[in-house]
Design a protein around this ligand. Structure first.
Ligand SMILES: [Fe+2]
Length: 145
């Protein structure tokens, strides 16, 4: 159980870091008639997600799990794929929406694992992450209508 559980947490952590980086990427590189709004929306999202990175890493350490902390480790573990091109603004919204939905689902699953392990402080944190991603998804989805 522990190994599967710890790997799922490391995967969630690497995926969250990748999600943060992609939101920051889009904040920098977005173009188009909605530039000002989207530049700001992507900032709101990357700042919120970045704020969760350090507490997440420290939750892993409290479980005596070493925190993945290199670009190579992140790329081995992440489920959020790098974006190496510069999509059009609507493509950025669609891609980040799909990734945010994916993150909400990852946190739904890891929440259940943390509850089963009796790690209630961590499961609280994971529930909050699921909630935060649902909110990010809402804003991204609404910007596409
Ligand atoms: Fe900026």
């Amino acid at each position: 159980m522990d190994e599967k559980y710890h790997l799922a947490l490391k995967t969630a952590f690497a995926s969250e870091f990748s999600f943060y980086l992609k939101a920051h990427n889009f904040h920098w590189n977005v173009e188009g008639p909605l530039f000002a709004q989207l530049h700001e929306l992507f900032q709101t999202i990357y700042e919120e997600v970045y704020g969760a990175i350090d507490p997440f890493a420290e939750h892993l350490r409290a479980l005596q799990v070493y925190t993945p902390a290199s670009l190579q480790k992140f790329s081995m573990l992440t489920t959020v794929k790098d974006e190496n091109e510069v999509p059009a603004w609507s493509g950025m919204l669609q891609e980040l929406l799909a990734d945010s939905d994916k993150m909400a689902n990852i946190f739904r699953i890891t929440f259940d694992m943390a509850e089963q392990a009796g790690d209630h402080g961590l499961s609280n944190f994971l529930a909050d992450r699921q909630d935060a991603h649902k909110k990010h998804s809402w804003m991204l989805r609404s910007s596409l209508k």
